[in-house]
Each structure stands twice: as structure tokens, then as C-alpha cells.
Design a protein around this ligand. Structure first.
Ligand code: HEC
Ligand code: HEC
Ligand code: HEC
Ligand code: HEC
Ligand code: HEC
Length: 372
């Protein structure tokens, strides 16, 4: 018994040790940090992974790059080749969206190169959206007192002419208490377990929230969906009948923090709807009952955060194989090769079609609306 106890203690201790040191970021400090932004008198800070453009203005947290530069790449690969950060901004055309081309959030390539409507016009990547100075559907009450730092998007007032940022008061990642993106995510990069399928089911810090989205739950796919299949992908969290921001941990609530009316004002609780519903169960009836295998083009969220990703979808289910309609069922978070950050070409969605778009996009759920 004693021997068993000792062995068990050793196992537990080493597990604890591995856990304590498992860091999201790995590699030499100098891959990412520069102590003085100077080496032999030359600036060290770089703007992207070509490494040929020293920036004389030092970055916060002694970093060699900003958020954007670290998370960008000049190649068509998945990561920045110097820092290994997953790329959200390819400076060369990824050639389309989805696995093997972009990470799960899509890419900022198109908002930079094709037009305003192809992505969030994030500061540091694209210039402010020429026609949209505020998030469509903005509702100042959406985050008031609801995010875990108790602070609100846009400081809880109207959103006027402020460009969206990666993180912070006017951004998606991190907390809302600082408008400075690196302050808003401080501690997250070294405080998160990386390279593993991490279950963010009790988000109390930025580091343990789903993808540094403060307070949001989910299951992080180890390679950000680069090798996505029906059985291996991010798992998003959703909640049935959640229109009034009751559950603030869903992926759709993240979007509602800025586009609140599109979540709140859907005409709940049932058909006919007034805006396309989100955070509702995919019903186990009619055309919806046939969505039984997870589709990475039109994904559904789960009412319980799974511990492992699965290809099984149970319309109307309440467990971790259940199905909830969410904003990301149709949109990418960062941007895509389609207007409105859509996951497929909307002009191909033609009622009654038997062509190549049958069974794709909207028809994944509305399976009775194509001609097949
Ligand atoms: C792959 C990139 C990377 C490497 C390698 C790296 N860091 Fe960092 N580090 C970051 C980023 C990004 C931030 C700022 C964002 C944040 O805090 O989440 C940061 C923040 C920090 C901070 C302030 C926040 C905190 O967590 O305390 C300290 C201190 C720090 N790093 C020290 C180090 C040291 C020491 C090393 C080498 C042992 C190192 N870092 C290696 C990327 C890296
Ligand atoms: C110096 C490089 C560097 C900078 C600067 C940097 N990151 Fe990262 N970031 C990384 C690396 C490396 C990873 C991959 C960590 C891993 O393996 O999980 C990462 C991971 C992430 C993730 C995914 C976390 C997860 O759960 O998988 C998010 C989100 C993120 N960073 C956002 C940001 C934001 C927002 C900023 C600016 C406020 C920023 N990063 C600045 C290097 C950087
Ligand atoms: C921090 C605020 C914020 C959050 C959170 C946010 N957005 Fe936005 N969104 C904006 C702003 C500001 C605009 C208008 C300007 C622009 O495109 O950057 C916008 C524009 C859009 C557009 C229209 C793009 C265009 O130019 O026509 C879509 C679609 C969109 N957002 C979807 C989403 C989805 C989906 C989510 C959740 C994953 C989300 N947004 C989360 C701020 C936000
Ligand atoms: C992830 C699944 C899913 C996807 C993808 C999806 N929908 Fe829906 N849609 C639903 C569900 C579920 C309802 C509500 C059905 C109900 O309550 O009977 C709905 C409702 C609607 C309604 C309103 C019906 C009513 O009864 O008021 C329209 C119109 C609609 N969807 C169009 C579209 C279009 C167009 C697309 C593609 C851009 C699309 N949907 C993509 C699941 C989806
Ligand atoms: C069923 C698919 C679907 C879902 C789910 C969905 N959207 Fe959309 N969204 C679209 C389509 C298609 C468009 C563009 C054409 C249109 O508006 O009919 C669009 C347009 C937008 C726009 C641009 C509006 C403008 O004024 O230009 C924003 C912002 C947006 N969606 C945010 C969201 C948010 C936030 C959610 C979740 C609360 C969401 N969408 C859920 C399909 C969807």
C-alpha cells in the first residue's frame, strides 16, 4: 500500500510539475523579447517574419514585435517562422479559407487587400472601415457589468469613430479595462497551456479563457484547425435561448459584446424570427434533423464544453454532442475571402439548386431548401 502511495505521489508530482511548466509560448526569450531594442547599436524590433525591417520604436513588454507582426507571416504557412505564433494575417494570398489555408478565425489578408467588407478593420492591419465607424447593431448594455473584469466595451457608452483593436476596451481579446492591447492580455501568453487541446470550461483569467477571449468557454484545437476534419476541430460553447445575454460565456455573446442587437433582437423564442437566430438549439425536426455529422464549413456550438472534439452532432441534444446555432456558423471572426466575413459564397446559395453548392453553406442546416 505504502509503495503504491509513493508511486502515485511521484506520478502526481510529476504531473503537477509538467502542468506548472507547460507554457503556451516556448523557445528562447530572445525569439520574442529584446531587452533594449538594440544590438550593436541597431534596432531589433521587426515588423514581420521577413526580419529585414528594424523598427526603432520599442514595443511594450520588451517584445520584438507588436501583436499583429508576431501573428503574421510572409509565407503561406501556418505560423510566423521566427516566433511560431499562429498567423492570423498572411501577407501573401492564402488562396481561400479553411484548413491548410487559414487558421480557424480566417485571415486579415482580404480586409487589407480586397476591401473593407472582408474582415474586421483591425488597427495595425487595415485602415478604418470607410463606411462603418461603429459595429453594426452595437448595444452598449451588452457588456455592462457582465464581463469578468466588470468593465465594458467602449466604456459602456456609444461607440464613435474608434477603430477596432486586437484586444482591450475596443477589441475582441483580453479584458476590457485597458485600451492598450498588450495590457489587456498581460500574463496570458506565459499563463496558458499551449499546443494541446485545452478545455476552457472555467474561464477566470485571460489565459484560461478560450483563445484569450476573456470569459468565453470552448475547447481549443491544438493546431487552430489548420488540419481540421469533422472529428478534429475547435469546439465552441453555446446556450439555447440565450438572447438576453444571460450566459456571457458563449461564442455568440463574444460577438454580441459589439453587435448586441443581432443577438438580443431575434424575435425569440421561436419561428418566425426577426433576425437570424443564434444561441438557440438546432431543432430535432424538419430539415434540421439531418445535421448529424459536424461540418467544418457551417459549424455548430455545443451546450456543454466537450473534453474532446467529436464528429457527432445530435440536433436538440443537451450534452457535449448537442448543436447550437452561433455567429460562427456563418461568419469567420477575423476575415475571409467573402464579403461580411462569410464562410462561403452567398451568391451560390440559390434556392432549389442541384449544382455544386447543394448541401453546402446555408444548406448544411436548411437541407430542404436546395434541390437535392
Ligand atoms: C514565443 C514568444 C515568447 C517567448 C519565447 C518568450 N516570451 Fe515572454 N512574452 C511573450 C508575449 C507575446 C508577451 C506579452 C503578452 C502577454 O503577457 O501575454 C510576453 C510577456 C512576458 C512577460 C510579462 C508578462 C508575464 O507573463 O509576466 C515577462 C516577464 C516575460 N514575457 C518574460 C519572458 C522570459 C524570461 C522568456 C524566456 C525564458 C520569455 N518571456 C520568452 C512572448 C514570448
Ligand atoms: C512576440 C510574439 C507574440 C506577440 C507580440 C503576441 N503573441 Fe499571441 N501568441 C504568440 C505565440 C507564440 C502563440 C502560440 C502559443 C501556443 O502555442 O499556444 C500565441 C498565441 C496567441 C493566441 C492563441 C491562444 C490559444 O489559446 O491558443 C491568441 C488569441 C493570441 N496569441 C493573441 C495575441 C494578442 C491579442 C496579442 C497582442 C495584444 C498577441 N497575441 C501578441 C506570440 C505572440
Ligand atoms: C470589439 C468589438 C467587436 C467584436 C467583439 C466583434 N466585432 Fe464585428 N465589427 C466591429 C466593428 C467596429 C465593425 C465595423 C468596422 C469594421 O469592419 O472593422 C465590425 C464589423 C463586422 C462585420 C461587417 C464587416 C463589414 O465591413 O461589412 C461582420 C460580419 C462582423 N463584424 C462579425 C462579427 C462576428 C461574427 C463577431 C464575433 C466573432 C464580431 N463581429 C465581434 C467590432 C466588433
Ligand atoms: C447552423 C445551422 C444554420 C445555418 C448554417 C443557417 N441557418 Fe438559418 N436557421 C437555422 C435554424 C435552427 C433556424 C430556426 C428554425 C426554427 O426555429 O424553426 C433558422 C432560421 C432561418 C430563417 C428564418 C425562418 C423562420 O422560421 O423565421 C431564415 C430565413 C434562414 N434561417 C436563412 C438562412 C440562410 C440564408 C442561411 C445561410 C446564409 C442560413 N439560414 C444558415 C439554422 C441555420
Ligand atoms: C445564418 C447565417 C448567419 C448567422 C448565424 C449570423 N450571420 Fe451575420 N450575416 C450573415 C449574412 C449572410 C450577412 C450578409 C448579408 C445579409 O446581411 O443578409 C451577415 C451580415 C452581418 C453583419 C454586417 C451587417 C452590416 O450592416 O453590414 C454583421 C455585423 C453580422 N452579420 C454579425 C453577426 C453576428 C454578431 C452574429 C451572431 C449574433 C451573426 N452575424 C450571425 C449571416 C449570418
Amino acid at each position: 500500500m505504502k509503495k503504491v502511495f509513493i508511486i502515485l505521489s511521484v506520478v502526481l508530482l510529476s504531473a503537477a510539475f509538467i502542468y506548472a511548466t507547460a507554457d503556451a509560448v516556448t523557445g528562447q526569450c530572445s525569439n520574442c523579447h529584446t531587452m533594449h531594442n538594440s544590438q550593436n547599436g541597431s534596432a531589433m524590433a521587426i515588423l514581420d517574419d521577413s526580419g529585414t525591417n528594424p523598427d526603432t520604436t520599442p514595443n511594450e513588454t520588451l517584445l520584438i514585435t507588436s501583436c499583429v507582426a508576431c501573428h503574421s507571416t510572409t509565407s503561406t504557412g501556418q505560423k510566423n517562422t521566427v516566433t511560431n505564433a499562429p498567423a492570423v494575417y498572411h501577407t501573401t494570398d492564402p488562396g481561400g479559407q479553411g484548413g491548410g489555408k487559414t487558421n480557424a478565425g480566417g485571415d486579415f489578408y482580404w480586409v487589407k487587400n480586397t476591401g473593407d467588407a472582408y474582415g474586421h478593420n483591425v488597427e495595425g492591419i487595415a485602415t478604418a472601415d470607410g463606411t462603418l465607424s461603429a459595429p453594426p447593431g452595437f448595444d452598449a448594455t451588452a457588456t455592462s457589468g457582465k464581463t469578468f473584469d466588470g468593465k465594458s466595451i467602449a466604456v459602456g457608452t456609444t461607440w464613435s469613430n474608434q477603430q477596432v483593436t486586437c484586444a482591450g476596451t475596443y477589441g475582441c481579446h483580453g479584458t476590457r479595462d485597458s485600451a492598450e492591447p498588450l495590457t489587456a492580455v498581460k500574463g496570458a501568453h506565459h499563463g496558458n497551456t499551449g499546443g494541446t487541446a485545452t478545455q476552457a470550461s472555467a474561464p477566470t483569467t485571460v489565459g484560461n479563457s478560450y483563445r484569450f477571449l476573456a470569459g468565453i468557454k470552448g475547447l481549443e484545437n491544438a493546431d487552430w484547425n489548420w488540419n481540421e476534419t469533422a472529428a478534429s476541430h475547435n469546439e465552441y460553447y453555446g446556450k439555447d435561448d440565450n438572447a438576453n445575454y444571460a450566459d456571457t460565456a458563449t461564442m455568440s455573446f463574444l460577438c454580441a459584446e459589439c453587435h448586441g442587437q443581432f443577438h438580443k433582437d431575434i424575435g425569440r423564442p421561436s419561428s418566425p424570427w426577426t433576425r437570424h437566430p443564434t444561441d438557440i438549439n438546432l431543432p430535432n425536426r424538419d430539415e434540421y434533423q439531418y445535421y448529424t455529422t459536424y461540418n467544418v464549413q457551417a459549424p455548430v456550438a455545443r451546450p456543454t464544453v466537450p473534453s474532446a472534439s467529436s464528429s457527432t452532432v445530435v440536433p436538440g441534444g443537451t450534452g457535449d454532442t448537442g448543436a447550437i446555432v452561433m455567429c460562427l456558423s456563418c461568419h469567420r471572426a477575423h476575415g475571409s475571402d467573402q464579403p461580411d466575413l462569410l464562410r462561403w459564397n452567398y451568391t451560390g446559395m440559390v434556392a432549389g439548386t442541384t449544382g455544386s453548392t447543394a448541401g453546402t453553406g446555408c444548406f448544411v442546416c436548411h437541407s430542404g431548401k436546395d434541390g437535392s
